[in-house]
Design a binder for this molecule. Structure first.
Ligand code: ADP
Ligand code: ASP
Ligand code: MG
Length: 453
């Protein structure tokens, strides 16, 4: 059971969480293991820690320390409100964690340098303290519960800020450090998002990574279901911040969920589905404020009703890179050479289209774009266009119903489309367009597919 930031935001949210865990325990059968609980940092805390790291980088030691003290106060207030017997001990733990963080951030501010590795040490504190508070709160509400340090369980490589788990080692540690509690009917509570290298250096799995942690633990434990408790009723037909009244998608296939997550449906971290697919474990997205709603169930076969798309998602603020070479394009080896540049700079490309003289790709992570362009210019002309976006319409039915493609294009007839592509899986159609056109285009697509009978 994974609870996101808003589901642990304040004392009321944590009490709702306890109610949900209790209900899960009560509805289980006699021999069932206790659920394992994975929590995010309290709402907005990771963003605020990113701010603190920026202040440290600018040498603003005092402002960084003030921001951390404000965070400490918030955590102490929440911890005090949700605990009873363990209050003093829990508050002391929270204080100790923040004292260490304040010391670390002071050192970073003196050096005016925050490496990816240091950033992970700063960000991890959010999940370390939230999980300690939730574990203590559950125990103080008469449910047997124990805090387990997730950094000692998820073992990753050293790609800081986006670390990749070593599943074999993590499975061993999960078996040793988590499973025994669950089988003794004790609720193990772990922070999501965080892990450590085999040498014990703290890492994070990338923003939104608590979903991924939950799926990793779920797969390692071979659970019956991975539950993602959040602040919406499930996977919605579109991003509710862009389209006014999206609907809940009751069922999805793993493949559809992966595409949607990858192309911007923030409700799931894009890697979440992978461990679930490997073990064929259903994933459910549920609303912690409305626990009686059925949510969205994601399984191997999933499936929308006939003739329907499943959902649309969008990835904003991407860059289109056009690579043109009249001489070379059709020569064999050209594409290898081109993609080798992206690979060297560890930058994934999302959408690719080709014409006779050019290749266009989109990149989301533009941090190394200047170096990539410099290298590409050794053998081609390159043009970059920023402030673009990808809209991705997803549905297994795209394979069988050719009219869906036409309807999507027709819905966008007034929107200038930069690239259009349909992958071999034929499970999605992607449109690349100006970022400013996204709200209008999403609304048009949503009306076409989800608001008409
Ligand atoms: P949590 O903190 O629980 O992990 P997130 O903020 O990461 O929650 O993800 C939930 C949010 O994802 C929702 O509040 C919603 O605004 C956003 N979202 C974007 N696209 C979708 C979608 N297709 N379905 C549901 N939620 C979406
Ligand atoms: N707290 C982390 C973040 O905000 C991880 C998560 O919430 O999933 O990115
Ligand atoms: Mg999230």
């Amino acid at each position: 059971m994974k609870f996101g930031g808003t589901s642990v935001a304040d004392p009321e949210a944590i009490k709702r969480l306890i109610g949900i865990v209790r209900h899960q325990l009560e509805s289980q059968k006699g021999g069932d293991d206790a659920p394992v609980v994975v929590v995010s940092a309290l709402a907005k805390v990771t963003d605020q820690l990113v701010q603190v790291a920026r202040l440290a980088e600018d040498g603003e030691a005092d402002r960084a320390a003030d921001a951390l003290r404000a965070l400490l106060d918030r955590h102490v207030a929440v911890a005090s409100a949700v605990t009873s017997e363990s209050r003093a001990e829990t508050v002391a733990k929270v204080r100790q964690e923040f004292e260490e963080l304040i010391g670390l951030v002071h050192a970073l501010a003196v050096l005016r340098e925050v490496s990816p590795r240091s950033l992970d040490a700063v960000l991890a504190a959010g999940e370390v303290v939230s999980s300690r508070i939730v574990a203590a709160a559950i125990a103080d509400h008469r449910i047997e519960s124990v805090w387990v340090d997730a950094r000692g369980v998820i073992v990753t490589d050293s790609e800081y800020n986006a670390a990749v788990p070593d599943m074999l080692e993590t499975a061993d540690r999960t078996r040793d450090r988590v499973a025994p509690h669950a089988s003794r009917c004790r609720v193990a509570v772990l922070g999501g998002f965080i892990g450590s290298t085999s040498n014990g250096v703290t890492t994070t799995l990338g923003r939104g990574g608590s979903d991924y942690s939950a799926a990793i633990f779920g797969a390692c434990l071979g659970v019956d279901e991975i539950q993602i408790w959040t602040d919406v009723d499930g996977m919605l037909t579109a991003d509710p911040r862009i389209v006014p009244q999206p609907r809940v998608v009751p069922q999805l296939s793993f493949a559809e969920a992966s595409e949607l997550a990858y192309f911007g449906a923030k409700v799931l971290h894009p890697s979440t589905i992978l461990p679930a697919v490997d073990r064929n474990i259903p994933v459910r997205i549920l609303n912690a404020r409305r626990p009686d709603q059925p949510g969205t169930r994601i399984t191997a076969d999933g499936g929308a009703a006939d003739g329907q798309l499943t959902a649309i998602a969008c990835k904003r603020d991407v860059t289109v890179v056009d690579i043109t070479s009249t001489r070379m394009l059709m020569a064999h080896g050209f594409l290898r050479r081109l993609f080798e540049v992206f690979e060297r700079f560890k930058t994934p490309v999302d959408v690719v289209t080709t014409s006779e003289v050019s290749v266009s790709v989109t990149v989301d992570d533009a941090r190394r774009l200047d170096a990539i362009v410099d290298n590409l210019r050794n053998f081609a002309q390159v043009n970059c266009e920023r402030e673009m976006a990808i809209i991705c319409a997803v549905g297994e039915n795209l394979r069988t119903d050719p009219t869906l493609f036409g309807r999507a294009v027709t819905a966008l007839d007034r929107v200038p489309l930069r690239l259009v592509s349909q992958a071999a899986s034929r499970r999605n159609i992607t449109f690349v367009l100006r970022d400013g056109d996204v709200p209008h285009a999403m609304t048009r697509l949503h009306q076409q597919f989800f608001e008409r009978r």
